[in-house]
Design a protein around this ligand. Structure first.
Ligand SMILES: Cc1cc2nc3c(=O)[nH]c(=O)nc-3n(C[C@H](O)[C@H](O)[C@H](O)COP(=O)(O)OP(=O)(O)OC[C@H]3O[C@@H](n4cnc5c(N)ncnc54)[C@H](O)[C@@H]3O)c2cc1C
Length: 424
């Protein structure tokens, strides 16, 4: 059986539903194929200020403001000895009612909101449909083959397919375009604590990043149901030292490495589920090919220390949606149509990635850098808040006093068409 659409979106997570919402809003016939039944669990719960423009484009700001998600006003860093930095309050730099307003979300609920939004705008969202293969005719991608929960196989055809399959990155993996980043190859182990300590008042919704001496860090993210999402990130060989492999045992050993974490968790209790993931940080060599574009984690996944994933997922979904809308009007589904999309997303990811490298280098501390170069304070704040498409060369130059700033990775532009490659 074959069905035809203007656009097919693989995956109904934030990036996929953002793309579909924009397309449906423009009146296009778009289908989202999602293998899970929502609401479903997902990690990635802390938003950053510059997620706001995408939420606004999707028409979701009023809903977010009325939601029970905990408002996040600040971020703080905690040394291994347990000393907390002065929290950075977003509203000291951005408008309190717009950019500075952000949230700690429960992904089962947040992703459901995004999916309902896509449906309400007219996208067809089909749950429990797994895409098995992205299909090609010659050099052009023409759709997907997918299986529903009863095992029925359907071919979906469209002039453009959007890979929003998250870290599964189905199109990129199928085509051998996925590129890892060996320096950021970390492992995360996490759980949820009920009744653990929260800071008072406006600090109650802060994200805390707490250091494990020279090795890694904890996240501590308060959520609205008296749960705290808490996890540790470090290299696998450090976390599993002395042969410890069990996620709970790994987690419990690391708690003792940071006094603030130990003290905050002492009055709470884990829900008993310990989760683990590896395969950190990768990029697709190309952002698009003829008839295909990649968004969100399926395009690139960056180490989550600065909580940039959802901002990048929603931003890429909105931008890709607008570009596909133009492509549909012009009937131009060539890879080259996504050149600007690839440039914008790659620039943003690279600016953030350079700060992630600096974060993991014990030779540099952002505080020391700002003390020597006070003009970097604003730049650092803007980049970490997700305003990633600006010229940060001054910031990266300053950090090179202490650390080696990585070169931009040569990834993220559209796959050159055969004719263009032959001419070149
Ligand atoms: C340990 C960890 C901590 C993180 N912390 C944060 C954080 O604090 N803040 C933040 O912003 N980000 C964080 N992230 C990143 C964040 O989780 C992702 O960036 C975000 O979920 C990306 O959204 P997406 O829509 O691209 O992908 P996803 O949210 O993964 O959605 C992809 C969807 O595609 C579906 N799918 C996959 N394959 C198929 C298929 N073959 N057929 C049909 N459907 C398919 C999946 O079921 C899924 O629903 C973290 C990530 C990790 C690993």
């Amino acid at each position: 059986m074959t069905e035809h659409f203007d656009a097919i979106v693989i995956g109904g997570g934030p990036a996929g539903c953002a793309t579909a919402s924009i397309l449906a809003q423009h009146g296009h016939n778009v289908v989202v194929l999602e293998r899970e039944k929502f609401p479903r669990y997902h990690i990635g719960e802390s938003l950053i200020p510059f997620t706001y423009p995408a939420l606004e484009k999707l028409g979701l700001v009023p809903l977010m403001k009325d939601s029970c998600f905990i408002k996040k006003y600040s971020v703080q860093f905690v040394s291994p000895s347990g000393r907390a930095s002065q929290p950075f309050y977003f509203y000291n730099r951005y408008d309190r009612e717009t950019i500075a307003q952000t949230w700690q979300v429960l992904r089962s609920e947040f992703d459901q909101i995004l999916m309902d939004n896509a449906r309400s705008k007219g996208a067809q969202v089909r749950e429990e449909v797994e895409v098995l293969e992205v299909q090609k005719e010659g050099d052009r991608f023409v759709g997907v083959r997918a299986k529903d929960k009863d095992g029925k196989i359907t071919e979906y055809r469209a002039p453009i397919t959007v890979d929003a399959s998250g870290r599964q990155a189905i199109a990129s993996v199928q085509n051998g375009w996925r590129r890892g980043d060996p320096k950021l190859n970390k492992v995360a182990v996490w759980t949820y604590y009920k009744g653990a300590k929260r800071d008072e008042g406006v600090d109650g919704g802060a994200t805390t990043v707490a250091f494990v001496p020279d090795k890694g860090w904890f996240w501590y993210i308060p959520q609205h149901n008296d749960f705290i999402s808490v996890g540790v990130v470090a290299e696998a060989k450090y976390l599993t030292r002395d042969g410890v492999k069990d996620p709970q045992a790994i987690f419990e050993r690391e708690i003792k490495q940071n006094k603030w974490i130990e003290e905050h968790l002492a009055c709470g209790k884990s829900n008993g589920e310990y989760r683990i993931t590896g395969e950190y940080t990768f990029r697709s060599q190309y952002c698009a090919a003829d008839g295909l574009v990649m968004v969100g984690d399926a395009f690139g996944f960056l180490d989550p220390v600065f909580s940039s994933g959802l901002m990048l997922a929603l931003k890429s979904g909105v931008l890709a949606g607008e570009t596909i809308h133009e492509a549909l009007l012009e009937k131009d589904f060539s890879a080259a149509k996504f050149t600007e999309y690839g440039r914008v997303m790659s620039e943003g990811i690279e600016n953030m990635r350079k700060l992630v490298y600096a974060f993991y280098d014990p030779k540099i501390s952002f505080r020391t850098m700002v003390d020597r170069y006070p003009e970097t304070h604003g730049m650092l704040t803007d980049c970490l808040s997700g305003d990633v498409n600006k010229d940060y060369s001054g910031l990266h130059r300053a950090s090179s006093d202490w650390t080696t700033v990585p070169d931009d990775l040569p990834y993220g532009m559209p796959l050159p068409s055969r004719e263009a490659a032959a001419t070149a």
